[in-house]
Design a protein around this ligand. Structure first.
Ligand code: ADP
Ligand code: MG
Length: 390
């Protein structure tokens, strides 16, 4: 829905009058840099062209009304003093969480508001519809309440709402990319310091094709925790031999090569090798983008997938099949799993002339080989959160 359609849907729900404003926050995809955020390394996410729109207007009723076109039968009205007192266990917790965090930092709502959301990001597929709804809510409310907006702070607040109010233990990358993305740019981000740089990502005639494996994810949490403790073990083994080593990703591949024998367990050594090399690949990707070398960028995407599959072992048959079939399409420069793994999505860089062929052929081969139906989303790199002005 565009701005006019959002306004129309809003007045149909809440009535005419007043100043209706429309905001939008995108979904995101991580282009490269997987499983290195908790190892002190860089990630390279980008905002997508689809996301969550929010139409909002102040009311005189001292209540917050929440509605979403995506969940028509689940609406809520909350008196202002109720905000922060409890959760609903429904989608409303995302905006309520933001309002709670705002309140905790001293920005209580000065009036009631009516909100209507509409999103076109598939929920629960790893493209971060949750970060998108959080960030758009925070940005809209701060715009209406204060005018002054710091998008880094919005990312931090949104992560906090998801961690503490919704109860999902996510990192900062998603909210950061959604809040700070810029069209045709990726974001090089160090998650623990929030040091970041926008890197031009001129995709030209190439598109991102995101493929959802629709594989039901099991075991993700336990495997994730296992990988984290393996990284801890590797770090502990290396620390006596390197000064001031606090994260694995501080090591270059060359340094790691000289040290790796210190890690006794070969599996733990492989995990650490992935971290060190993946971090180096992120930096090499940035260099490739600076030179508009998308071919090299695609090769780094491919190498990232191989490492996640063989060294870090967080891929699965479905992701591997989708990536393998993607690379058969002549216009594919690179393809890899994205996200924590064991299911979820792949991201491929594909020439625009070949995206239809990609969707058709990869979809068919994937169905034949896995028995699952894939979904594909073709998109460019979009803006971070913004107000839609008509
Ligand atoms: P992901 O972030 O990978 O899409 P999550 O499970 O973290 O998956 O977040 C999805 C949830 O976010 C949805 O189930 C819903 O509660 C909420 N959400 C996302 N977009 C919307 C929307 N447009 N309207 C209402 N709720 C939404
Ligand atoms: Mg999410």
């Amino acid at each position: 829905m565009n701005q006019e359609q959002m306004k129309q849907a809003f007045t149909e729900k809440y009535g005419t009058g007043g100043d209706i404003r429309v905001f939008h926050a995108p979904g995101r995809v991580n282009l490269i840099g997987e499983h290195i955020d908790y190892n002190g390394g860089y990630v390279l996410p980008a905002a997508l062209e689809f996301g969550t729109a929010l139409a909002i207007r102040a009311n005189h009723d001292k209540v917050v009304r929440l509605a979403s076109v995506n969940f028509p039968e689940l609406e809520g009205t909350f008196a202002l003093p109720e905000i922060g007192l409890g959760t609903t266990k429904e989608w409303m917790d995302y905006p309520l969480g933001i309002m709670t965090v705002l309140q905790e930092r001293g920005t209580s709502l000065s009036s009631g508001y009516d909100l209507l959301f509409f999103g076109n990001i598939p929920n629960g597929s790893g493209l971060s519809s949750s970060a998108s709804i959080e960030v758009v809510t925070a940005y809209a409310l701060l715009s209406l309440e204060q005018g002054h907006i710091d998008t880094v702070e919005i990312a931090v607040m949104s992560q906090r709402a998801e961690n503490e109010f919704v109860g999902v233990n996510c990192g900062i990358m998603d909210q950061f990319a959604v809040a700070n993305g810029v069209k045709d740019h990726a974001i090089l981000l160090m998650c623990d310091t929030l040091e970041y740089k926008r890197v031009p990502f001129r995709t030209g005639q190439y598109k991102l094709v995101i493929g959802n494996t629709n594989k039901r994810r099991g075991l993700v949490d336990s495997k994730y925790n296992e990988r984290r403790s393996q990284c801890e073990a590797a770090l502990t083994a290396l620390q006596p031999h390197v000064d001031n080593l606090s994260y694995l990703a501080q090591l270059t591949p060359e340094q790691f090569g000289l040290l790796e024998e210190q890690i006794q367990d070969s599996i733990v050594r492989d995990r650490a090798r992935h971290v060190v090399e993946e971090n180096a690949r992120v930096l090499a990707s940035v260099e490739a983008l600076r030179q508009d070398d998308l071919k090299q960028f695609g090769e780094l995407m491919n190498a990232s997938h191989e490492s996640l599959r063989d060294l870090y072992e967080v891929s699965c048959t479905e992701l591997d099949v989708m990536v393998e079939e993607a690379r058969r399409i002549p216009g594919t420069l690179g393809s890899r799993m994205t996200g924590a793994g064991f299911g979820g999505c792949t991201v491929s860089l594909v020439h625009e002339d070949d995206t239809d062929l990609f969707v058709q052929q990869v979809g068919q081969a994937y169905r034949e080989r896995t028995g699952l139906e894939a979904d594909f989303y073709i998109c460019g790199v979009g803006n971070g959160v913004e107000e839609w002005n008509g």
